[in-house]
Design a binder for this molecule. Structure first.
Ligand SMILES: Cc1ncc(COP(=O)(O)O)c(C=O)c1O
Length: 377
């Protein structure tokens, strides 16, 4: 584990929430910070724009994206808020934004804000965690489209379930219905192979500090050309009038180190091998989820084609939100295990993640600890 800055005594089964840093990326970030601090003005006022442009190009190679479409944002929350705020201004009270019950809490909150500020109606399609086919997933979503639907928002890899949505197929179907679509891809870069050209979403936002393992916080947003006059940064600064890249690249003084360290993270994964890492994670999490499900006498239901590096295992009984916080804290303090518990579709789940630093022993530790910390009835 010397390759990672994580505490080796912790069974770290929650890579998904905030990522973790390879040691070489941490060192590169420290070097970049020292470089900046030797002459902040030279870096921020003169050299940064060209450096960011180069890094944008490298990130677009990874995602098969168009550099003209892509800007860095601090995180996915900011990206989705930017899109939803811009579009909500063009909608009328009573117009609907359709999402699914796997949506992240921040999206639910942003839709709640659009509801209270502009009378937008959030609609949620239920996509069962047991969904077996792409057609089932698409039908669950399109069944909820109405004449008032103005936008569809789907996850790429859902936080609540680890479910990998068939995003390209959903985008094509939603476009056939004449609607734009926003993809919340917070977990997608590096966890799954991303092909932005093939996905062809109107708006797509992903994090680099999760599975690409850049320092926190760095996100990337891709906006299709026809929307670039509508989607403007939430914060206007000097270069706002100059164009899309310029407006987003400088929204006031910020810490550029997370973006500047992205190349170090990309180099790290190039050494490990992107596909090799994805296969390792998939093997670890399938095996690990199975071990935890066996210990709990429950299921880890995702169908093969909707799995990547995060899986949810059902808990023997539903828990309240307070019980969930207590169980997570007990796992952390009493057992030195980090894992997230989730509520979805009236059931409670433990989410296990796999990163290349995990071993089968981490999941065994969780399998042993959970029955000790779960409430008895
Ligand atoms: C699906 C999903 N969307 C959005 C976010 C928000 O990411 P951030 O907190 O980096 O903005 C997360 C974070 O875990 C997420 O899982």
């Amino acid at each position: 584990m010397t390759d990672w800055l994580l505490d080796p005594d912790v069974a770290y089964l929650n890579h998904g929430s905030f990522g973790a840093l390879p040691t070489v990326v941490g060192e590169a970030a420290a070097d970049l910070r020292a470089m900046m601090e030797r002459n902040p003005n030279d870096l921020l006022a003169r050299r940064l724009a060209a450096m960011v442009d180069d890094i944008r190009g490298r990130v677009c190679q990874l995602l098969n994206g168009e550099p003209a479409d892509c800007v860095f944002v601090p995180n996915t929350t900011t990206g989705t808020a930017t899109v939803l705020t811009a579009l909500s201004r063009t909608f009328d009270a009573g117009d609907e934004i359709l999402t699914t019950d796997h949506r992240y809490g921040a999206i639910a909150a942003q839709l709640g804000a659009a509801a209270s500020q502009a009378g937008i109606v959030p609609v949620s399609a239920s996509v069962p965690v047991e969904s077996a086919t792409v057609a089932d997933v698409i039908a669950a979503i399109t069944d909820r489209i109405t004449s008032r639907t103005r936008l569809v928002v789907v996850d790429s890899v859902a936080s609540l379930s680890g479910f990998v949505f068939p995003v390209a197929e959903i985008v094509a179907t939603v476009h056939d219905r004449g609607l734009p679509i926003l993809v919340d891809a917070a977990h997608a870069p590096a966890q799954i192979e991303v092909d932005l050209a093939a996905i062809n979403a109107d708006f797509w936002v992903g994090n680099l500090h999760k599975w690409v393992c850049s320092p926190r916080a760095a996100g990337v947003m891709s906006v299709a050309p026809q929307w670039r006059d509508v989607v403007r940064p939430l914060v206007a600064s000097h270069r706002y009038p100059e164009g899309y890249h310029q407006a987003f690249d400088w929204t006031g003084t910020f810490d550029p180190v997370p973006v500047l360290a992205i190349p170090a993270a990309l180099d790290f994964w190039e050494t490990v091998g992107w596909d090799n890492a994805r296969e390792t994670r998939r093997r670890l999490v399938d095996d690990g989820a199975g071990r935890v499900a066996k210990a709990l006498g429950t299921v880890a239901p995702a169908a093969d084609q909707f799995r990547a590096a995060m899986r949810v295992v059902e808990l023997p009984q539903p828990l309240s939100d307070e019980q969930i916080l207590r169980v997570e804290a007990a796992l952390s303090t009493d057992h030195r295990i980090e894992a997230a518990l989730m509520q979805l579709q009236g059931r409670s789940w433990v989410r296990v993640c796999a990163q290349v630093y995990n071993t089968a022993a981490d999941y065994d530790r969780l399998a042993l600890a959970l029955p000790k910390v779960l409430p008895l009835s």
